[in-house]
Design a protein around this ligand. Structure first.
Ligand code: HEM
Length: 274
């Protein structure tokens, strides 16, 4: 007799939610405002200042959109369960440093990542402090009277330099780092669709987030084991002749509703990647 096929707790084509609708809207607003800010700010930095009167107005309107998006994101992070979980998963940990060393083949085998890898964490925290810096320096440039009343002229001029340099740094980070790690890397090229539909397949999770994949797999495996054990107890205590026995002993007592959450079929809709 051949051995039973091993249970498949995550199918390759199963769909998981990696970015919720709210997160996708926040990201879209960031992409739009950041693009306009670059297009209307960089010409000033490279000596084509002034330009059309609308340039400055557009820069300020996009700045308001970025400030709104940033505020929305911070509130979402602290006030919603999903946001708090994102923050927890983004927290730097000791193993991140070990992963960096392993990544450059300095120590141990190639690292495996969970929901967020080191590159994603670095990018996220750079986005947060970079946006805060651009907002603070931008507001001080927008209201120079306030800035000059509060700080010496040399410091005000430093804010302008920081604003310009950080803009170039952010542009390079997006073009070289973000585009490569999210869209252009092998297995994803030419583009990840997560920012559009929020979905990731079981196969991609296995490849790019193996620790998260394993955690979900083991959770389902444990659940299936518990269900089978409780089912075994129930059937053995409900034999024919005992008060709990079903009217027809040939009919298996059903746990289908519970089982379907754990077995290979998986839930019908996309799952949170939890
Ligand atoms: C990440 C987003 C941003 C980028 C990439 C960006 C880029 C730039 C650049 C390159 C300059 C020219 C700097 C120079 O004169 O040397 C500039 C100027 C300026 N920025 Fe931004 N900026 C951003 C966000 C903001 C924000 C959030 C505000 C306001 C809250 C702001 C307000 C200003 C103002 C008032 C100027 C002065 C020139 C003008 O009137 O357009 N910027 N920005």
């Amino acid at each position: 007799m051949s051995a039973p096929a091993p249970m498949e707790f995550i199918r390759d084509d199963e769909i998981f939610v990696r970015m919720t609708r709210t997160e996708r809207w926040q990201h879209l607003l960031l992409v739009a405002s950041f693009t306009v800010l670059l297009a209307t700010g960089l010409p000033v930095l490279f000596g084509y200042g002034g330009g059309h009167a609308w340039r400055g107005v557009l820069h300020r309107l996009a700045a308001l959109a970025l400030i709104g998006d940033f505020g929305w994101h911070v509130v979402f992070d602290f006030l919603t369960e999903r946001g708090r979980r994102d923050l927890r998963d983004m927290r730097p940990r000791g193993r991140d440093l070990r992963d960096v060393l392993a990544h450059f083949r300095l120590r141990g085998p190639r690292p495996e990542f969970g929901r967020f890898g080191v590159a994603e964490k670095l990018e996220y925290w750079s986005f947060l402090w970079g946006s805060a810096l651009m907002i603070a320096t931008g507001l001080l440039m927008w209201f120079p009277g306030l800035s000059l009343r509060s700080f010496p002229l040399a410091l005000h001029q430093t804010f302008i330099i920081i604003h310009g340099f950080e803009a170039v740094l952010a542009l390079l980070a997006i073009l070289l780092w973000h585009m490569y790690t999210v869209h252009l890397k092998p297995g994803v090229f030419p583009m990840s669709r997560v920012w559009l539909d929020g979905r990731i397949t079981g196969a991609d999770m296995k490849r790019f987030h193996p620790l998260e994949y394993r955690r979900i797999w083991e959770g389902r495996e444990r659940l299936a084991g518990e269900l089978l054990a409780s089912e075994a107890v129930r059937t053995s205590s409900a034999r024919p002749g005992t008060p709990d026995a079903p009217a027809n002993p040939d009919r298996p007592s059903s746990v289908a509703g519970d089982d379907s959450a754990a077995a290979s079929d998986g839930p019908k809709g996309p799952n949170e990647t939890e």
